[in-house]
Design a binder for this molecule. Structure first.
Ligand SMILES: [Zn+2]
Length: 261
C-alpha cells in the first residue's frame, strides 16, 4: 500500500473511532457545554470563533507588558546590573480571561481537572502566534513557572509545563525545567488579595546560575497558565535576572490574561 493510502486509511479509522466514542461518551464544549461535532475539538465552532484573543503578540507595548514592566520598575534596585537598566520586557497572552466569564473554564480544566489535551491544544495555539511575532521569534529557551515538588507530586503534572512544552515545540527550542525551581510551597492563591499574593511569592523561586548560563541563551521565555497581578511571573523574572546579565532578554507568555484591554 502506498503512503497516501495508509494515511487516508488511518484518518478513516481515527474518525470512525472518534464517532463511535462520541456515541458512547459524548464530548462537550469546554466553554458552553454543548455537544461537539465530529470535527470540533475542545471548543464548539462558535466559542472558538468568539475566543477573546488579546493580539498582544503583535505589539511590544500592551496592557500585560505594562503591568509586568511596572513591577520590574518598582523593584529597580534589583534590576541594576552591569550599570545598565532593564529593557522593556515583552509579554503576551493568548486570550482575555475573566474570573466570572465562561472562558475561565479553559485554564480551570487544565489546572484542576487534568485536561492535559486541552492545555496542549491551546499551548500550540499560543506557540504558533509567538513564532510569527517580531518580539518572540528569537526566543532560544522556554522555562515554565515551576510548582513546588510536593504540589506537582500531588497533582501529577505542572499545568505551566504542559503549555510550555507545546510553545517550545512550535518555536523549535528546548523547554528547560532544570534552571528555575520553587524553593518553598505557597498557599493556594485563589482566595487571597493581590497584596497577600505578592507577599506569598516574594523570593519563592531560585535559579541555577551554571545551568542558566551554560548554553549562552540570549532570549528566555517564561511560561505560565494565567497572568493576573503578574507577581508570580515577576518573581520568576527576578530569580532568573539574579543569575543572568541584563543583556539576556527575559519575556513572559501565558494562555490567559485577567483584565480588560
Ligand atoms: Zn461552545
Amino acid at each position: 500500500m502506498v503512503q497516501a493510502d495508509v494515511r487516508e486509511m488511518r484518518e478513516i479509522i481515527t474518525e470512525g473511532l472518534r464517532a463511535a466514542a462520541d456515541v458512547i461518551l459524548p464530548r462537550t464544549c469546554t466553554v458552553c457545554g454543548t455537544r461537539l461535532n465530529l470535527n470540533e475539538r475542545h471548543l464548539c465552532l462558535q466559542c472558538m470563533a468568539e475566543l477573546p484573543l488579546t493580539h498582544f503578540w503583535e505589539r511590544s507595548h500592551n496592557p500585560m507588558a505594562d503591568r509586568l514592566n511596572l513591577l520590574i520598575e518598582r523593584g529597580v534596585d534589583s534590576c541594576l546590573t552591569e550599570g545598565r537598566l532593564e529593557r522593556y520586557a515583552f509579554a503576551a497572552a493568548l486570550f482575555f480571561y475573566d474570573g466570572e466569564g465562561d472562558y475561565r473554564r479553559i485554564p480551570h480544566q487544565l489546572k484542576y481537572h487534568g485536561n492535559l489535551s486541552l492545555g496542549r491544544h491551546f499551548g500550540r495555539m499560543l506557540g504558533v502566534r509567538l513564532k510569527r511575532s517580531e518580539c518572540f521569534k528569537d526566543v532560544d529557551a522556554v522555562i515554565p513557572v515551576p510548582l513546588h515538588w510536593s504540589r506537582r507530586w500531588k497533582r501529577g503534572y505542572n499545568q505551566a509545563e504542559v503549555i510550555a512544552e507545546e510553545v517550545a515545540c512550535e518555536l523549535g527550542v528546548f523547554m528547560r525545567t532544570d534552571i528555575l525551581s520553587r524553593r518553598r510551597r505557597t498557599r493556594t492563591q485563589t482566595k487571597v488579595s493581590p497584596e497577600q499574593k505578592a507577599a506569598n511569592v516574594k523570593g519563592a523561586f531560585e535559579a541555577d546560575k551554571a545551568r542558566a548560563q551554560e548554553d549562552g541563551y540570549r532570549h528566555i521565555l517564561l511560561v505560565d497558565d494565567v497572568f493576573t497581578t503578574g507577581s508570580t511571573l515577576h518573581n520568576c523574572f527576578l530569580a532568573l535576572r539574579a543569575v543572568l546579565p541584563v543583556s539576556v532578554r527575559i519575556s513572559v507568555a501565558t494562555l490567559g490574561f485577567v483584565g480588560g484591554a
